[in-house]
Design a protein around this ligand. Structure first.
Ligand SMILES: *[C@@H]1O[C@H](CO)[C@@H](O)[C@H](O)[C@H]1NC(C)=O
Ligand SMILES: *[C@@H]1O[C@H](CO)[C@@H](O)[C@H](O)[C@H]1NC(C)=O
Ligand SMILES: *[C@@H]1O[C@H](CO)[C@@H](O)[C@H](O)[C@H]1NC(C)=O
Ligand SMILES: *[C@@H]1O[C@H](CO)[C@@H](O)[C@H](O)[C@H]1NC(C)=O
Ligand SMILES: *[C@@H]1O[C@H](CO)[C@@H](O)[C@H](O)[C@H]1NC(C)=O
Ligand SMILES: *[C@@H]1O[C@H](CO)[C@@H](O)[C@H](O)[C@H]1NC(C)=O
Ligand SMILES: *[C@@H]1O[C@H](CO)[C@@H](O)[C@H](O)[C@H]1NC(C)=O
Length: 499
């Protein structure tokens, strides 16, 4: 459940708004068909984009339903103290090629993430003291990623030794396997399940073991590195310790690498731009609460009592906390969402909380190890106005109470708290929901979120879903023999030769 008690950018006025009522349904398999997408985050926006990009000879009507007043889902901005910061998905990796292409295609500008300018310091807090504390090292990179730029830092090398090098090797190897998903559609199959998709890239085994098992048994990292630095990174990225799957862990560690970036003015513009450029009917403030299969089409009903019919329906939001009723029912493995409370404070941290004398002694990123007594995951400086006036971001598993905030901050001028159902609670071995929920034309983008939850993994999953729709629905009366359905023949490009 997303709380938006904040002043976020309202896109209402920016989109041509179509008034709801039942949309037409026409003969299946062809044009005039409608694709309904539930959720306007990066997954839903990417499905729309790739349906257009991969098909020139089919132009279905695309409807996107968003229950909030704005698009973007878990990519959102928060305004505090007059400045806007990323409230959800905040950093992009240099090898996030879909996000990168979107940014170019939409004429958006890249920037370094907030608080990346100048020098910064990292402290790993265990409740009694800082087990690691670096001061004023020069770095040009973003928050978590900064940690790894410390690889060269003498203090970390002294503490963790060559395990740092082994860890980087593990991350690079995993990232290289992931790059297979950018191969051209001529050689890259359309995948009917997450398992099949992972096996093809050689990534499936990493979902069978926890990150801890993988790093201890496979990569043979020093236990201290796992307990401290690795745990800090998975906690900051996924709010969870090293029991997450090896694959989610590798993605998390990769996200702490060099060269990370964000979109100037807010990452949400990627989702907004993709929707705006894909000839979509966007319905804001429209919460779908039932999806019923009625033979030739799906009927989607909203909480406002509107009904829509579509030949293809795409769920692009996690079903775990959703109240959508399916008829006939669908079955997905039980999955919990990990809730992360993001608290933004304009004010000043009290050094006494950390047993320090001066504000200047507090590291700019204070991260914590796994210990149930610690009331927060991390506190970082987003922006420093002057020595007594800063904006901070705190991540925690529980909501931060006023009493707790008052013990951590000596000055608190403005506080904004967001409770995100942020990402799945990862475990090993992972179980995956199907991409195709009913064996027909009801699809689920977020099945892939058990792999790892990022902007890029959502885009990769969405592209596959778009290709599944084009081959299974629009390609079904093509001359493609079913025996070679999984190969290039069913690829969207192959459809171009139909006409
Ligand atoms: C991006 O800029 C180019 C050149 O100015 C323009 O042709 C194109 O339409 C723009 N794209 C979008 C999505 O606005
Ligand atoms: C990104 O865009 C370039 C240039 O248009 C294209 O060659 C490449 O295939 C695109 N990458 C992906 C992952 O779509
Ligand atoms: C995954 O594990 C299976 C069974 O343990 C093994 O046969 C296979 O080679 C492994 N695949 C990769 C890519 O490591
Ligand atoms: C990780 O899993 C082990 C074994 O299942 C368990 O003992 C431990 O408490 C878990 N750690 C966390 C942080 O959940
Ligand atoms: C939507 O796209 C048009 C050009 O196609 C552009 O002028 C407009 O600014 C875009 N709006 C948003 C919200 O991106
Ligand atoms: C959806 O709405 C239609 C039209 O109002 C109604 O006939 C139908 O019973 C509703 N379906 C569900 C599952 O509520
Ligand atoms: C810091 O900035 C605030 C306004 O943002 C101002 O009120 C205060 O006087 C400044 N303090 C110093 C030490 O410059």
């Amino acid at each position: 459940m997303f709380l938006f008690p904040l002043k976020i950018f309202s896109l209402l006025a920016l989109f041509s708004f179509t008034f709801p009522h039942t949309s037409s349904s026409t003969a299946a398999g062809g044009d005039g068909a409608s694709v309904c997408i539930i959720g306007s985050g990066i997954g839903g926006a990417s499905v729309a984009h790739f349906l257009r990009r991969h098909s020139t000879n089919h132009h279905p009507k695309i409807l996107i339903f968003e229950r909030h007043a704005i698009v973007g889902g878990r990519i959102a901005s928060v305004t505090i103290g007059g400045d806007a910061f990323e409230a959800g998905a905040s950093i992009l990796h240099p090898k996030n090629y879909h996000a990168s292409n979107y940014t170019n295609f939409l004429n958006l500008t890249r920037k370094r993430p907030s608080s990346s300018e100048g020098s910064f310091s990292l402290g790993i807090w265990d409740g009694n003291g800082f087990v690691v504390k670096t001061l004023n090292l020069k770095s040009k990179w973003g928050i978590v990623n900064k940690i790894v730029s410390f690889f060269n830092g003498v203090s970390l090398f002294m503490r963790y030794g060559f395990s740092l090098v082994k860890m980087k090797g593990f991350v690079d190897e995993t990232v290289n396997k992931f790059l297979k998903y950018y191969e051209g559609v001529e050689t890259r199959p359309v995948f009917e399940s997450v398992e099949e998709m992972l096996k093809w890239a050689g990534l499936f085994n990493l979902t069978g073991k926890s990150l801890k098992e993988e790093l201890v048994d496979g990569v043979k990292l020093a236990p201290l590195l796992i307990k401290e630095l690795v745990t800090v990174i998975t906690r900051v990225n996924y709010g969870q310790g090293v029991n997450i799957s090896g694959l989610a862990g590798a993605v998390s560690l990769a996200g702490s690498g060099r060269g990370v970036w964000a979109v100037e003015g807010g990452n949400w513009q990627i989702a907004a731009g993709l929707i705006n450029s894909s000839d979509v009917e966007l319905y804001l403030h429209e919460e779908i609460d039932s999806i019923s299969y009625l033979g030739e089409y799906y009927e989607l009903n909203s909480t406002k009592g509107n009904a829509y019919s579509c030949e293809v329906a795409v769920v692009a939001t996690p079903l775990d906390e959703s109240s959508i009723q399916f008829s006939p029912p669908v079955s997905v493995p039980v999955r919990q969402l990990q809730h992360t409370h993001a608290t933004f404070v304009r004010g000043l941290v009290n050094p006494v909380y950390f047993g320090l004398k001066a504000v200047s002694e507090i590291p700019e990123l204070v991260a914590t190890i796994e210990d149930p007594r610690l009331p927060f995951t991390s506190i970082s400086i987003l922006k420093c106005y002057n020595e007594t006036d800063m904006t901070y971001k705190i991540f925690s598993r529980q909501a931060m109470t006023d009493a707790l905030l008052d013990s951590i901050f000596s000055v608190r001028k403005e506080t904004v708290q967001i409770n995100w159902g942020a990402y799945p609670h990862y475990k090993a071995p992972e179980k995956f929901a199907p991409f195709i929920l009913d064996g027909k034309h009801l699809y689920y983008v977020n099945a892939f979120e058990n792999v790892a939850s990022t902007v890029e993994t959502s885009a990769v999953a969405a592209e596959n879903i778009a290709r599944l729709i084009l081959s299974r629905f629009f390609g079904k009366d093509s001359s493609c023999p079913s025996a070679i359905k999984r190969t290039s023949c069913s690829s969207a490009e192959a459809l171009h030769s139909d006409t």
